[in-house]
Design a protein around this ligand. Structure first.
Ligand SMILES: [Zn+2]
Length: 158
């Protein structure tokens, strides 16, 4: 059977190519092209690192552009993206109160049925993420929590 390598460490088999190009998903081809050119100049590895050159991002940019500049590939990619982001039919709802807190990793942890850990960081929650994917078995959980208005301020400052 297919060996499922947890592709990108973050579990994003569909890393967002639009983010790589820093454009809206609905961007026109002209907008994409312009942004691609700007970024290609900015990140070109011939530049000194301190001046913005970034070989890794440059390669990612090329890959993103290769897909998004091709209409058929872009459509296929959009479909994959949508499927990946569709309000996960399979996502199990987990109340945040039922998650364990990992003080070392500074994140909430859900032990998946595959016994791997799904990490739910506060930073992600702050960004509005609520769907988290297990890095090993791609089970998705939706974290639900009650937003309380009278939030306790245990953020002690000196
Ligand atoms: Zn799992």
């Amino acid at each position: 059977m297919a060996t499922e390598t947890p592709a990108a460490a973050t579990g994003t088999a569909t890393s967002d190519l639009y983010e790589v190009l820093d454009v809206e998903r609905g961007a026109t081809q002209a907008e994409l092209r312009q942004r691609y050119r700007e970024l290609a100049l900015e990140l070109h590895p011939d530049k000194n690192v301190g001046q913005g050159g970034d070989a890794t991002r440059f390669v990612a940019l090329q890959e993103a552009w290769a897909v998004l500049s091709d209409e058929a590939e872009r459509r296929a990619y959009d479909a994959r993206l949508q499927a990946a982001e569709a309000p996960a039919a399979a996502a199990a709802e987990i109340d945040i109160d039922d998650l364990a807190w990992d003080g070392v990793a500074k994140s909430f942890v859900h032990t998946c049925r595959c016994s791997d850990m799904v990490h739910v960081t506060e930073a992600d929650l702050d960004k509005g993420c609520e769907i988290f994917e297990c890095p090993s078995c791609s089970l998705r959980i939706r974290v639900v929590f009650q937003v309380s208005n009278d939030q306790e301020d245990d953020d002690e400052r000196e």
